[in-house]
Design a protein around this ligand. Structure first.
Ligand code: TLP
Length: 349
């Protein structure tokens, strides 16, 4: 059942979900306090819950995934440092260059295979200020995105995750996971959140993607890192007062919406398989591991395709002139999947 009244099938992102009646009820009932003064009981409960899920000492509730990544970088680097991350990572492509503007860092881009970095390529991309006569910036933080959004919602294996964290330690670098969709990764790769996070210094976890909360991310890590993160959240203007109403949505989403993510994965695969059989589209089925489908259409035809789909009540996003992205989430039903497949069938040029 769709939880909000709409004739549209909105597959632009899993960020479009609306709080369900049950989630709104949990929000309405939340006890709140002034979280900047540290006394919102629901925020404290959420932070303790997420720290526990990821096996870390502390957690911090922040307004967005972008701010969570920005705070993680600011708290673990110095101006003049370099962040090492995948070529198409969200931190590089979609965060407005925040690593440079807010943290004074440059960035080293690592090639990825379907968005997934190989530990050897990560190591080859680390530049150190020491011993270079000061020529190089100081590569001091490695950021891994799991799932990889631009990789197509792909997941890291345990070996790759641990391998990259080991490279980080050996090279005196901090390690961070942009886990905007880490629960999707956990379900798809059968790795617990704790196991994925074990070797990493910080993890950013989004509540407002597949989990369906309206707002919020949580940054987790050690007490020392989170102490700094707390100060940077203040300076970035991310301290929120009676944020318990939002934290309650986060708690609800963690208690109710994690196990169901596999349904989103199945629906994405159903769409992907159907599209791959059609003449005008190409989908790399190996990359369809979670809730995303990147669809290659005819050269330069993405905008026109989106427009034709829109007229049939199906919304998706243009990624580049020949690629569109479809994302399944908690409002997408089996009927929507069939409608989407039929619409794409008839939208072929
Ligand atoms: N991703 C959005 C867009 O910004 C592209 C989407 O629709 O997928 N990390 C990753 C891997 C993300 O995909 C996103 C959002 C974020 C961080 C940022 O989260 P917010 O939007 O809460 O700042």
């Amino acid at each position: 059942m769709r939880h909000y009244p709409s004739e549209l099938v909105d597959l632009r992102s899993d960020t479009v979900t609306q709080p369900t009646p049950e989630m709104r009820e949990a929000m309405a009932k939340a006890s709140v306090g002034d979280d900047v003064l540290g006394d919102d009981p629901t925020v404290i409960e959420l932070q303790e819950m997420v720290a526990d899920i990821f096996g870390k000492e502390e957690a911090l509730f922040v307004p967005s995934g972008t701010m969570s990544n920005a705070i993680a970088i600011r708290a673990q680097t110095e101006p003049g440092d370099e962040v090492i991350t995948e070529r198409y990572s969200h931190i590089y492509v979609y965060e407005g260059g925040g690593y440079a503007a807010l943290s004074g860092c440059s960035i080293a881009l690592v090639p990825g295979e379907g968005g997934i970095m190989d530990p050897a390529d990560v190591e080859a991309s680390i530049r150190k200020g020491d011993g270079s006569l000061g020529h190089y910036p100081n590569g001091s933080m490695i950021c891994v995105e799991n799932t990889s959004n631009r990789g197509g919602g792909t997941c890291y294996s345990k070996e790759n995750l641990d391998g990259i964290a080991k490279i980080a330690r050996e090279n005196n670098c901090r390690s961070h996971i942009d886990g905007a969709r880490i629960f999707n990764a956990s379900i798809s790769s059968s790795l617990s959140p704790k196991r994925m996070a074990r070797e990493y210094d910080s993890i950013s976890v989004c509540l407002s993607k597949g989990l369906g909360a309206p707002v919020g991310s949580v940054l987790v890590g050690s007490t020392e890192t989170l102490y700094k993160a707390h100060r940077w959240r203040k300076m970035f203007g991310g301290g929120m007062r009676q944020a318990g109403v939002l934290a309650a949505a986060g708690i609800y989403s963690l208690e109710n919406n994690v196990h169901r993510l596999s349904e989103d994965h199945d629906r994405a695969m159903e769409i992907a398989t159907a599209l791959d059989r059609m003449d005008s589209y190409e989908v790399d089925l190996e990359q369809v591991q979670t809730n995303m489908v990147y669809v290659k259409c005819d050269k330069g035809g993405a905008e026109a395709l989106i427009h034709r789909l829109d007229k049939m009540g199906i919304q998706a996003l243009t990624i580049d002139s020949s690629t569109i992205r479809i994302v399944t989430h908690l409002h997408i039903t089996d009927d929507d999947v069939q409608r989407t497949i039929s619409a794409l069938e008839s939208a072929q040029p």
